[in-house]
Write a protein that binds this ligand. Structure first.
Ligand SMILES: Nc1ncnc2c1ncn2[C@@H]1O[C@H](COP(=O)(O)OP(=O)(O)OP(=O)(O)O)[C@@H](O)[C@H]1O
Length: 680
């Protein structure tokens, strides 16, 4: 068995199951072992029934003795309860409105149950506890791994697969021996084993520390390497003539001080004779697009082509219109290349790009995937909006090594994290908003206020404004009670919004359908769009003034902030209504962060505190495994060490043994897949 062996080489996994594993991006044994649990259940921490206190949330290992009750109490209420027992005595667990539970819980079996304790006549009672059968007891020490799952694949199935290979010591040590000694790190195979099947708490902590260190160390090393290469790149310095300043002065608005500062930073880079490699951060609606336009016009004036890549076709089309309005009167030829571009048009555009007739190319990923050959590319702007990762960014750059790079992101990232993720870039920040923007009033509501919110939206529409209603995406594994866009759309169309022009927008629609809806919405022919998060990134319809977000608790704060940014893009007063269907305290705390502030940086920091880094970076949404195990701020300290060690190694690379060098090289870009020669 090797890391590269197919997952179907394992017992119990045939072609069909193999496909299910592939949906989790587990294709081979290496993927499986790198598929870390998202959580653990510490079965060593269970209580005895008679030790538990009232109101305490506790876990018990019990045997189910019998069904005590299974009946309807009144019209909308039924109860099913069981007698349970452990070594300390008996208790009762009850479930309301879950009569099917009787078929799931087996009398005589042992279960791990958790819930809040109440007592009746001294006997412990649990209401709607979570429960899991305990047949796997003791197999895993006492700490049981819980994997991120999708429908049709169970935790046990993953455990069974992992068990078959976890002892085979398939990994080679990839960290330099001196670092392992210095920080007393667990060795690679041992940590892989313990991250899946921890011997005890201490070994789990050690395993995690090592894997986090490894991840951050290689990530940093990669960034240093990329950065170093870029800095060395000499290019022809651009000239700054009066034309570019005339252009800026003749715009329909005056740049804010934040925008002007960033423009100067970019001009300085582009005239320096070194390749620009810059990240432009700016809060939602702060006006990043015009910065890109200025940089691209300067590129044009210097006789070069430029491109801007965006995450969605909707956004690409929006840019096309905007760019053409501003730049075509000045003789700049702007074209669009996206997935739905017809073959005939595509050929025409590719030829135009190749022979230099086209000055600016706007596009989606298609730009990267297609073999676009430029006449003389001078600037490559990536409107990242947190959807792209280092991987895509690099694959375009590799093709056009000498082009300046400007990456724009609307996800404000706390500085420490920006350094982790974008250590290969210089950072500019727009810290002002365009004038005359009114604060977006934000409220969080529960179900009882939903009707009033809908009436409010209707009134806005009557005033001539437009609205978004956003619903979360339903991942297969998620709860069925989530409102899906289609259902909400159907419902609103039949009921409250029956006399409005309402349309549905979601990712499964074809590009043409999506474009048509967006176009009509932009032109004001549609009053309300019910949408999944397709509109999250960068959509600019200034007449839209209300956004209602269903299941707001399902979104990360940074994402809610992005969504909220779809309104408040003009001088009309705008509103954001967060419909929170969860009772949990933390979800109301998160809503409070949103209602208290419209400052993206503040929100990003809070998000980080409340949810961890995985979500804020949009890693989940993008599917890019930039960071698999590290979390911030939890691992900031490890980051500090990993960063300084990576720097050390990088600086002293000449003194490394050839073998050590090769080893590092191999791992450095393990998941980035970019072709640069490292450490040479
Ligand atoms: N200095 C300015 N004065 C007035 N309006 C401006 C200014 N800069 C930009 N705008 C306008 O503000 C709106 C938002 O700008 P833009 O779409 O560039 O924001 P953004 O930073 O890209 O936001 P998002 O992150 O949401 O995409 C646009 O309608 C734009 O024309």
């Amino acid at each position: 068995m090797k890391l590269e062996s197919k997952i179907t080489a394992l017992k119990g996994i045939g072609e069909k199951r193999g496909k299910k594993f592939a949906e989790l991006e587990i294709e081979n044994i290496g993927d499986l072992l790198n598929y870390y649990p998202r959580d653990y259940e510490d079965q060593s921490n269970f209580k005895l029934l008679y030790e538990a206190d009232i109101e305490e949330k506790a876990t018990f290992i019990v045997k189910v003795l019998s069904v005590l009750e299974d009946r309807r109490i009144k019209r909308n209420l039924s109860i099913t309860s069981f007698l349970i027992e452990d070594n300390s005595g008996t208790g009762k667990m009850s479930f309301f409105n879950m009569r099917y539970i009787k078929n799931q819980i087996k009398i005589g079996e042992a279960y791990l149950i958790s819930g809040k304790v109440t007592k009746f006549k001294g006997q412990v009672q649990l209401t709607n506890p979570s429960f899991k059968i305990l047949s796997e007891k003791n197999k895993f020490g006492k700490i049981y791994p819980i994997y991120p799952l999708k429908k049709d694949i169970s935790n046990n199935e993953i455990i069974k697969a992992v068990e078959q290979v976890v002892d085979l010591k398939l990994f080679e040590e990839n960290l330099p021996a001196q670092l392992i000694r210095k920080y007393d790190l667990m060795d690679k195979n041992e940590s892989i084993k313990n991250i899946h099947i921890p011997k005890n708490k201490r070994s789990l902590i050690k395993a995690r520390q090592r894997l986090v260190f490894e991840e951050l160390f290689f990530f940093q090393l990669t960034l240093f390497t990329l950065r170093n290469k870029d800095i060395e790149m000499e290019v022809k310095p651009y000239k700054l003539e009066s034309e570019i300043y005339n252009f800026i002065n003749n715009l329909s608005f005056k740049l804010t001080s934040g925008q002007s500062k960033v423009v100067e930073e970019i001009f300085k880079d582009m005239t320096s004779g070194k390749r620009m490699n810059r990240l432009l951060q700016g809060d939602v609606g702060s006006g990043k697009t015009i910065i890109a336009i200025v940089a691209m016009y300067l590129t044009f004036l210097n006789g070069f082509q430029s491109t801007i890549m965006v995450p969605t076709e909707i956004l690409a089309r929006q840019h096309l219109e905007n760019f053409r309005n501003i730049l075509e009167p000045l003789g700049v030829k702007v074209e669009l290349l996206v997935g739905s571009t017809s073959v005939k048009n595509k050929n025409r555009i590719l030829t135009g790009i190749y022979n230099g007739e086209i000055d600016i190319l706007i596009g989606t990923h298609a730009l990267i995937e297609e073999n676009v050959e430029f006449h003389n590319l001078g600037l490559n702007v990536t409107d990242e909006q947190h959807r792209f990762g280092v991987r895509q960014r690099q694959s375009l750059n590799v093709k056009e090594k000498s082009a300046h790079t400007l990456v724009m992101t609307a996800t404000p990232i706390p500085r420490t994290l920006a350094l982790v993720l974008y250590g290969d870039l210089d950072i500019s920040t727009i810290d002002t908003m365009p004038p005359n923007r009114q604060k977006i009033d934000t409220i969080a509501i529960n179900e009882t206020m939903l009707d009033r919110a809908l009436v409010f939206i209707k009134n806005e529409v009557k005033k001539g404004r437009q609205a978004y209603v956003i619903c979360p995406l339903i991942e297969e594994s998620e709860h069925f009670e989530l409102d899906s866009a289609t259902e909400v759309y159907e419902y609103l169309k039949e009921n409250q919004f029956s006399d409005l022009n309402i349309a549905l927008l979601h990712g499964k629609m074809s590009n043409d359908e999506k474009n048509e809806v967006m176009e009509k919405y932009s032109e004001g022919e549609i009053d309300v769009i019910v949408s999944t998060t397709v509109v999250e990134v960068g959509v600019n319809v200034p007449n839209a003034t209300v956004i209602l977000i269903y299941n707001a608790e399902r979104f990360g704060l940074a994402q809610l902030h992005q969504l909220r940014g779809r309104v408040g893009r003009s001088s009309h007063k705008s509103y954001c209504i967060l419909y929170n269907t969860s009772q949990s305290k933390i979800s109301w705390e998160r809503m409070k962060v949103m209602t208290d502030s419209t400052d993206g940086f503040y929100i990003a920091n809070k998000d980080l505190e409340l949810r961890g880094s995985g979500d804020i970076l949009g890693v989940k949404q993008s599917g890019i495994n930039t960071l698999k195990i590290s979390q911030f701020p939890r691992d900031l300290n490890i980051l500090k060490y990993a960063q300084s060690e990576a720097q050390n190694i990088f600086k002293n690379k000449d003194s490394l043994e050839e073998e050590e060098k090769l080893k590092l090289k191999k791992h450095i870009l393990g998941n980035l897949k970019i072709d640069v020669s490292i450490l040479n």
